[in-house]
Design a protein around this ligand. Sequence first.
Ligand code: PRP
Length: 179
Amino acid sequence: MKKPRLLFSAEEIKRVEERLAEEIRRDYQNKYPLLVSVLKGSFVFMADLIRLLNLPLEVEFVRLSSYGKGTVTSGKVRVTGGLRSSLKGKDVLVIEDIVDTGLTLKFFLDYLQQRKPTSLKVCALFDKAPRRQFPVPIDYRGFTIPDAFVVGYGLDWDEKYRYIPDLCILEEENEPERA
Ligand code: PRP
């Protein structure tokens, strides 16, 4: 049996998001950024962040076609969703829920860079830094987290637990209940 154990409460997450929103708002004054969220995990973060930002902006959602994690990618990852082919004149901010090995973000940043945005930055709520294999820039970082399997706040295990408002570590429940 697996059991989620609290790591960061919804209140703690909100406080960190307010700090991130302040940093982003300061840097994007008088710009009209395009926030691009990589589905599925980041949909909760994206929805909360844009409401804290209080800044005129646009949003896009993309899905990256699956490829085996930890395997060498052919570079042929497909991006599906509403992303326009040219990003000329756009200040693009990628919104990620979690950066783990960095493989997804590395691929996606290369993909976006080819579309020639005016600027390209990254906001990631959770940085699982001990797992990094591919160095990637994170301009706005929420939490640095340990190498543990986390769920909740949009993150899943086998499509479960995305709805939990807190971030939790998913643990094996092998200890018998104490009387
Ligand atoms: C998660 C997360 C990132 C990626 C990070 O997505 O949203 O996109 O993993 O991992 P990496 O740094 O090792 O590439 P996931 O593949 O779990 O899909 P989901 O968001 O649809 O659940």
